[in-house]
Design a protein around this ligand. Structure first.
Ligand code: GDP
Ligand code: IMO
Ligand code: MG
Length: 426
């Protein structure tokens, strides 16, 4: 039996989906445990490209059971839409998906509330994906206005509670936004009852299912969404997502104890990207940043926004590795740096004249951080055909080794292109 987890150690989009896809070859169950359809995981194989958002990426492998765990927030219409688009492409997915009855449900008012909140923050807006993720988690923590997947099947109680919740939300939204048109509880109820009916055969107690699977010795893979620096408790608050997107989220989001995990794989890009607001010490505002964006096709999967690009930040990524407990790291998108004369790695920050290697806990400290770079020679060679470590040019090897050393973790995988085959296993 092997229990593996794949977690992003930066601000998301580290190419977790690609590593998950590779590992599902040897795992029978794949579990999403946090986040929702704010995630966007792209996978390429056999000349096809798949983009998954709420569905675990592992569902693309025939025979794999995909689980949406208790810690995920579920937009049922988005979920069914994604399932349909896979089925339309010949991926029989619906009968392999299990959704936790404990997971919380996203409603249309969550998106509306998020838009109002973001607008009220002006220039300091978080730059969310607009999917209602944070507002659903807010209702979960607040309890009074939360509805879980299992509640959808207790019709009378659900109908009564939804009526009260919609009345409350209408009052708040009307007070905040003069253009707001009140929502009709009955319309939402009818829609969600229809969606719940379609999902009924997929909904179970996934926690009990996973405990049984552990007992039977099945191989389980936990698929992280977002990244460690977007973690609600440990990330660059408030410029974070609303779930525990570091390794910390696995236990609470799945019901599987952290000690069951045999191998934690931390995923990093060979550089750094970030979508949305918040501090980013190694961000590049020059031609090199634009080069990385174009070569790496750094545009958001979910919102299409250009991703902010910068040099690899070992202070930030090492912190991500420590909070997530990464045993090994996987260095992705190395090929994007192929054409550069020189590559830089941030090994420390200078804050108020001091050299700092601990990642600051306050966003204003991080905003002041000036990166101290280690400069390395580029390799000026196409690496996309490399299939083993010795295929990589010496300067590319040196660059990857430097990342591993600064992060104090062995590099287990190096990725040199989006395809399954473009992966070096060490
Ligand atoms: P995730 O959210 O962490 O799964 O990452 P995304 O899918 O949002 O972003 C990673 C992007 O990089 C996707 O478009 C992948 O197809 C692509 N990709 C993955 N690995 C590599 C690589 O080694 N090189 C290049 N050039 N692209 C890659
Ligand atoms: P994957 O799984 C990168 C960012 C948003 C925003 C912040 C909060 O593809 O790595 P939210 O909608 O979650 O409330 O937005 O988090 N964000 C991501 N950035 N990759 C993601 O997912 C992200 N999911 C959310 O851009 O800054
Ligand atoms: Mg992504």
């Amino acid at each position: 039996m092997t229990v593996t987890s794949v977690v992003g150690l930066q601000w998301g989009d580290e190419a977790k989906g690609k590593i998950v896809d590779i590992l599902t070859d040897t795992h029978q169950i794949v579990v999403r445990y946090q986040g929702g359809n704010n995630a966007g995981h792209t996978v390429k194989f056999d000349g096809e490209t798949y983009k998954l958002s709420l569905l675990p990426t592992g569902i693309l492998r025939p025979g794999v059971t995909a689980i949406i765990g208790p810690g995920v927030v579920v937009n049922p219409a988005a979920l069914l839409g994604e399932l349909k688009s896979l089925e339309d492409r010949g991926v029989k997915a619906a009968n392999r998906l299990l959704v936790s009855d404990r997971a919380h449900v996203i409603f249309p008012y969550h998106m509306l509330e998020e838009a109002v909140l973001e607008k009220s923050r002006g220039d300091s807006k978080i730059g969310t994906t607009g999917r209602g993720i944070g507002m659903c988690y807010r209702d979960k923590a607040g309890r009074g206005h939360a509805i879980r997947v299992g509640d959808l099947y207790h019709r009378d109680t659900f109908a009564g509670r939804l009526k009260d919740i919609v009345a409350f939300k209408n009052t708040i939204l009307a007070a905040l936004d003069p253009a707001f048109q009140p929502l009709d509880a009955q319309t939402i109820l009818d829609e969600y009852i229809g969606l719940a009916d379609r999902l009924k055969s997929n909904v179970i107690d996934t926690t009990a299912y996973l405990h049984k699977a552990l007992k039977e010795g099945r191989n389980i893979l936990f698929e992280g969404a977002q990244g460690s620096l977007l973690d609600l408790d440990h990330g660059t608050f408030p410029y974070v997502t609303s779930s525990n997107s570091s390794g910390a989220g696995i236990h609470n989001g799945s019901g599987v104890p952290a000690r069951s995990i045999d191998r934690m794989i931390g995923v990093v890009k060979a550089y750094t990207t970030r979508v949305g607001g918040g501090p980013f010490p190694t961000e590049l505002h020059d031609a090199t940043g634009e080069h990385i964006r174009q070569v790496g096709r750094e545009f958001g999967t979910v919102t299409g926004r250009p991703r902010r690009c910068g040099w690899f930040d070992a202070v930030a990524s090492s912190y991500g590795g420590r909070i997530s407990g990464a045993d090994v790291i996987s260095v992705m998108l190395l090929d994007v740096l192929d054409d550069l004369d020189e590559v830089c790695v941030c090994e420390a920050y200078e804050i108020d004249g001091q050299r700092v290697t601990d990642f600051p806990s306050h966003v204003e400290e991080l905003q002041k951080a000036k990166p101290i770079f280690r400069k390395l020679p580029g390799w000026k060679q196409n690496t996309t055909g490399a299939r083993k470590w010795s295929d990589l040019p010496p300067n590319a090897q040196r660059y990857v080794e430097t990342i591993g050393e600064l992060m104090d973790r062995p590099v287990a995988y190096v990725s040199v292109g989006p395809d399954r085959e473009q992966t070096i296993v060490r």
